[in-house]
Design a protein around this ligand. Structure first.
Ligand code: PLP
Length: 385
């Protein structure tokens, strides 16, 4: 019944864990779910208010423009200039997205022919690989290893893969490893992309969730706009995951290609949502700092707690994830199952993010301090032997 395309998608590795979690809940066991990458914090009031006003305005009710309202694209351009000191032409270098996932998934349809390769970080948010497969391409993993600060080693990419690749996906701050990239790495990636005629697709969904330093944009690097685009999202920054709005900025030819796919498959973002997004990007940014303070307190508490166990957390300077090494003798799935069975805690097995995620689990800081405190107490009692 299904197409070869659908049949070739990788299996959903969390199904068994989801089932086990539901079973426990059915038995009345209190589960602390630190698996989900969806903020528990609510969208700030001024953004919700802006949406309410916009919905009451009938001019928002018709089909929106495919590439986003002019005012939205201008706001995005101003935000880029303020936040990253990067110039974006709102006419040619920015379009709205129905969440960044939508744009990332559709992008390869514009650039990847059957048989072309894409360079995909491993472990990674699954959409880079899946978008590639859906467009008939072949994803080639770039391992993200702890000893290389979860950056891909570009010297390890074979000449053949570099020749055949159309897109290189990058994502910093990174999900699931919480790794961050500096400008030096971005510069190397841009040079590599220029040399091999590869498009860089940088997923920057987490640049605003950070603690010690403000993460840079790929587009801060000289020449980046010649080869790359950057995907952004309001989902994590303003707790707007359900609203479905994001944007992509960068090279005008690449933006045009993504736009071409989109004009043929969707009809843009509800204008009331775009108006609320304008309020979010233009309005007071204290709410972002408040979310970061909340995540920082949770991070510190969970890190301290994990350190008292046989699990080994890696550092989290950005994102709301803690990438944690499994104890000796336990793989990702076994570690997650033990946490679920013995402590009622859900953590995501790293193997679900790719082969090189094996040996790690991911905790998300998307539960209250009180629940994290409880999780820490429960974890202290677990013996990995
Ligand atoms: C790395 C990364 N990129 C993109 C997204 C998608 O975000 P959205 O489609 O809500 O903008 C997510 C969501 O979890 C993510 O983790």
């Amino acid at each position: 019944m299904y197409s070869d395309r659908i049949n070739s998608l990788p299996p959903y590795l969390f199904a068994e864990l989801d089932r086990a979690k539901k079973e426990k809940e059915k038995q009345g066991i209190d589960i602390i779910d630190l698996g989900v990458g969806d903020p528990d914090l609510s969208t700030p009031d001024h953004i919700v208010q802006s949406m309410q006003n916009a919905v009451n305005d009938p001019s928002t009710h018709s089909y929106p423009s495919y590439k986003g309202m002019k005012e939205y694209r201008e706001t995005v351009s101003n935000w880029y200039s303020n936040r990253f000191k990067v110039d974006i032409n709102p006419e040619t270098e920015a379009i709205s997205l129905i969440g960044s996932k939508e744009g990332i998934a559709h992008m390869p349809l514009a650039f990847v022919n059957p048989g072309d390769k894409t360079l995909v970080p491993d472990p990674a948010y699954p959409v880079y690989k899946i978008g590639t497969i859906l467009s008939g391409g072949e994803p080639v993993p770039m391992p993200l290893k702890e000893e290389n600060n979860f950056l891909p080693n570009l010297d390890e990419i074979t000449e053949e893969d570099a020749q055949d690749a159309k897109i290189m996906y990058l994502n910093y701050p990174n999900n699931p490893t919480a790794g961050t990239a500096n400008q030096k790495f971005f510069q190397e990636a841009v040079e590599f992309a220029k040399e091999h005629d590869i498009i860089i697709c940088h997923d920057a969904a987490y640049t605003e969730i950070s603690y010690e330093h403000k993460p840079p944009s790929l587009l801060n690097v000289d020449g980046a706009k010649e080869v790359g685009v950057e995907f952004h999202s309001l989902s994590k920054t303003y707790n707007m995951t359900g609203w479905r709005i994001g944007f992509v900025v960068g090279n005008p030819e690449i933006i045009k290609g993504i736009g071409k796919v989109k004009t043929n498959v969707d009809s843009g973002v509800f204008q009331a949502i775009q108006k609320a997004a304008i309020t979010a990007l233009e309005g007071p940014q204290e709410c972002v700092q408040q979310s970061n303070n909340t995540y920082r307190d949770r991070r510190d508490l969970l890190l301290e707690g994990i350190q008292t166990t046989d699990l080994e957390p890696t550092k989290t300077e950005a994102t709301f994830y803690i990438w944690t090494k499994c104890p000796e003798g336990y793989n990702s799935m076994e570690t997650s199952k033990k946490l679920l069975n013995e402590a009622g805690i859900v953590a995501t097995p790293g193997s679900g993010f790719g082969e090189h995620g094996e040996g790690y689990i991911r905790f998300a800081l998307t539960r209250s301090l009180g629940r994290i405190e409880e999780a820490v107490e429960r974890m202290e009692g677990i013996k990995f032997d």
